[in-house]
Design a protein around this ligand. Structure first.
Ligand SMILES: [Zn+2]
Length: 483
């Protein structure tokens, strides 16, 4: 008997190209049937999705869940709550935890914690080098066997070309992908924001585009050498888009992801008010009134100071940094022409105290899971770059393929698409819902985002994992119990 019936929605499955008003019947955690007029069937529960998009559950291949080791920022459980609030049914967590995810035991620990605590599916991306130190490779084959879905030293680049080639040669036969955090270290020492006129004005050390582009250039050559699948994480530079475009045109197994902030914000978001704030910060510290400074900076990061106030917006500090409008335009064009095939939030929770430090000391990163969908819609759909079916492909089947979670590899357990017999991981989206991003709308443990106060359009109104409705916004989804 059907346990859950979703009726009347625009069912959109990018993998098959299905795009029709239809019903979806679910039983025993799996999709039983997709088609018209299933409402005649008896069902335990019916969700009326009229006016909504019904699609495969969203997949984010790049999040930081902070467990083990930094549970004050986020845990696997709270990160999963943020995920389902944003419509994500699967997330892949990065290995820059403490300890790093660099042994089969830690990969299994993540899986065990996820099974016990998480409301969505969680898969581990394992480190390619021990402790992410870039010196000694991890046991890549054993990590894959333990369940790692990809490899990355994210947070850090694998700086040595020799190490990178060695690791790629070992990963290639495993069929998994290496995901690179592209940052040439000697060009970015002490850098905290994009190298441009804003960093000059603020007196901050700049992080130039070439530091990203150089690593991608190098790695593309190593891909040609090794045959390893290679993925550029969170690309930020227009030049990077062009390198990826050329590599793909040459037939190399290279993919890339874009993040909401790099699609919408420029380096101007770092500066708040007049440019004198650096001196202000330093005077506070020299006076020994660090606490007063923290409070002031806290106001900056959590609430964004009013125009005319002074300060840096540490909530706009991220790595790679926010760049310029020309980069945003190039990244959007890259999404539109199929160069960039994956979207990823780089969800990076930090506490208000951590973000309240002076700009140079505050950690990099912003949260993303709960705000991503409407921000992607704003940057890519409302702007006319792509349509909803393509946007959802970049959020479902494409990341599933990236992390080997798709039907070709997992058969009936394949994620990222809707098919009879497949897992009932489904997101219901109200594409027109208007809402304002505010701290009290966020479900995760941290609220560090420069998008607080922004009114956005589009929202997940229900998230279903394995046939279970794990998130539901009652005001917009009408649940009609039936016998
Ligand atoms: Zn990174």
């Amino acid at each position: 008997m059907t346990t859950l019936l979703i009726t009347g929605g625009r069912v959109l499955d990018p993998a098959s190209g299905f795009d029709q008003i239809a019903d979806v019947a679910i039983a025993d955690g799996r999709v039983v049937e997709i088609g018209p007029d299933l409402a005649r069937q008896p069902a335990v529960r019916v969700i009326d999705a009229t006016g909504m998009i019904v699609c495969p559950g969203l997949i984010d291949p790049h999040v930081h869940l902070r467990e083990p080791g930094q549970e004050h920022k986020e845990t696997i459980q709270t990160g999963s709550l943020a995920a389902i609030a944003g419509g994500f049914t699967t997330v892949c967590c990065m290995p820059n935890t403490t300890p790093a995810i660099d042994s089969p035991e830690i990969v299994r620990f993540i899986a065990d914690r996820a099974r016990a605590e998480a409301r969505c599916r969680v898969f581990a991306v394992a480190a390619a080098t021990r402790g992410r130190q870039g010196i000694e490779p991890t046991e890549l084959r054993l990590l894959a066997k333990a369940g790692a879905v990809a490899f990355s030293d994210d947070g850090d680049v694998v700086a040595s070309a020799g190490m990178m080639l060695g690791v790629m040669r070992e990963i290639a036969p495993l069929g998994l992908c290496f995901m690179q955090h592209c940052q040439e270290p000697t060009l970015t020492r002490g850098a905290t924001m994009h190298a441009g006129d804003v960093s000059t004005r603020l007196g901050l050390i700049g992080w130039p585009r070439v530091a990203e582009e150089l690593i991608i250039e190098r790695d593309v050559r190593l891909v040609a050498e090794s045959g390893c699948r290679y993925h550029v994480q969170h690309l930020s530079s227009g030049g990077s888009v062009e390198i990826v475009r050329q590599a793909r045109a040459a037939g190399l197994p290279v993919t890339a992801e874009a993040s909401p902030h790099h699609l919408l914000l420029t380096h101007e978001a770092v500066a708040v008010g007049p440019a004198s704030s650096r001196c202000e910060n330093h005077r506070h510290l020299e006076d020994g009134t660090a606490k007063a400074h923290r409070l002031e900076a806290s106001a900056t990061s959590a609430h964004r100071l009013e125009a005319g106030a002074t300060g840096y917006n540490t909530s706009a500090k991220m790595n790679p940094p926010l760049r310029e409008q020309s980069d945003i335009d190039a990244i959007r064009a890259g999404v539109a022409d199929g160069t960039i095939t994956v979207l990823a939030t780089d969800h990076a929770p930090h506490t208000p105290d951590e973000k309240a430090q002076p700009f140079e000391d505050a950690p990099f990163g912003i949260i993303g899971l709960e705000t991503a969908l409407p921000l992607y819609a704003e940057a890519l759909v409302h702007s006319g770059a792509i349509d909803w079916p393509r946007l959802l492909a970049l959020l479902t089947i494409e990341p599933a393929r990236l992390c080997n979670l798709d039907r070709a590899r997992k058969q009936n357990d394949g994620l990222g698409e809707l098919f009879a017999g497949g897992p009932a991981d489904i997101t219901i989206i109200d594409p027109d819902a208007e809402w304002t991003i505010a701290e009290d709308t966020l479900a995760g443990k941290s609220v560090n985002t420069p998008f607080l106060g922004r009114t956005v359009r589009g929202r997940a109104v229900a998230t279903i994992v394995g046939g279970e409705v794990v998130m539901e916004r009652d005001r917009t989804v009408h649940a009609l119990p039936s016998e």
